[in-house]
Design a binder for this molecule. Structure first.
Ligand code: ADP
Ligand code: MG
Length: 267
């Protein structure tokens, strides 16, 4: 287990969002959380990155309680792309991506040629090299998203947490990000934990899906194992046809209506 949670309870002030979550992420796994808005996906990712302190329970990073590690130790192992990342608007893309190297530098050290190599690699892989001198505040949504992914990659993490990494992207750029995730996983052995809204992309690019409802795991397993019409009705409250993609064998979902049980989502 490279990343995990035991009896993790997460709350904002007094309201409990995630009760007693248990999670085991294996090295080099690609795991995707799916679930409706407000089901706690971002909250879980924030807690796994220690952006959010648990009310109860423990997050384990490489077998150690994440609370016992320094910020630098966490950042050397794990990078996160939050759902709505914030950066000073007067930062260039190159400056943003260079910040990814910070966990690997001692305070007196200047960037080495290795640091520049990693930054160049991150810019190249995310196709942001030509944006290097642009201010982050002037980028389109898709360009900004790719710049943030470049920063996360510059961290040279073993684990990448991505919260809706394809939001704002057109379909071609969405697939480019998903193909990049696959490449990083297959070639560098990166462990990836992400949140995706597109169930078909989640099914295509993940080893394991975890379906969440009200902060609780309803089902988890390979896309073939868990993606059924019943699960989609239960978790997303939609009627859907589930077929098998003739090319990959992965399930493909075609939602066509609101499930009967959805009276509360119309209110
Ligand atoms: N900073 C916050 N303060 C209070 N409540 C929050 C905060 N962030 C999220 N929530 C609430 O926690 C629940 C889960 O949110 P979130 O984890 O963002 O869901 P998801 O990512 O699945 O859409 C929602 O009800 C949301 O309103
Ligand atoms: Mg979210």
């Amino acid at each position: 287990m490279i990343l995990g949670a035991k009896n993790l309870t997460l709350s904002y002030e007094s309201s409990i969002i995630v009760p007693q979550l248990n999670l085991f992420i294996k090295p080099q796994e690609v795991v995707t959380f799916i679930g409706p808005n407000g089901s706690g996906k971002s909250t879980i990712l924030k807690a796994l990155a220690r952006f959010l302190k648990a009310k109860n329970g423990v997050v384990y990073l490489n077998g150690q309680d994440i609370q016992t590690l320094s910020t630098k130790q966490v950042a050397q192992k794990l990078a996160i792309l939050p759902q709505t990342p914030q950066a000073p608007a007067d930062l260039t893309v190159l400056e943003l991506v260079s910040r990814g190297r910070a966990p690997h530098l001692k305070w007196w050290q200047r960037s080495s040629s290795h640091d520049y190599e990693v930054i160049n690699w991150a810019l190249t892989e995310t196709k942001t090299m030509k944006l290097a001198d642009r201010l982050v505040g002037t980028l389109s949504g898709g360009e900004r998203q790719r710049a943030w992914i470049a920063m996360a990659l510059a961290q040279s993490p073993e684990i990448l947490l991505l919260d809706e990494p394809t939001t704002y992207l057109d379909i071609c750029h969405q697939l480019e990000i998903m193909e990049l995730v696959t490449k990083l996983n297959q070639e560098l052995g990166l462990t990836v934990v992400m949140v995706l809204h597109d169930i078909n992309q989640a099914a295509r690019y993940s080893h394991r899906l975890i379906a969440l409802k009200k902060g609780q795991i309803v089902a988890q397993g390979s896309p073939q194992q868990i993606l059924t019409a019943e699960l989609l009705a239960d978790v997303f409250r939609v009627k859907a046809i589930v077929k098998s993609d003739p090319e990959s064998g992965n399930p493909v979902c075609l939602p066509y209506g609101i499930a009967e049980s959805c009276s509360e989502c119309l209110s």
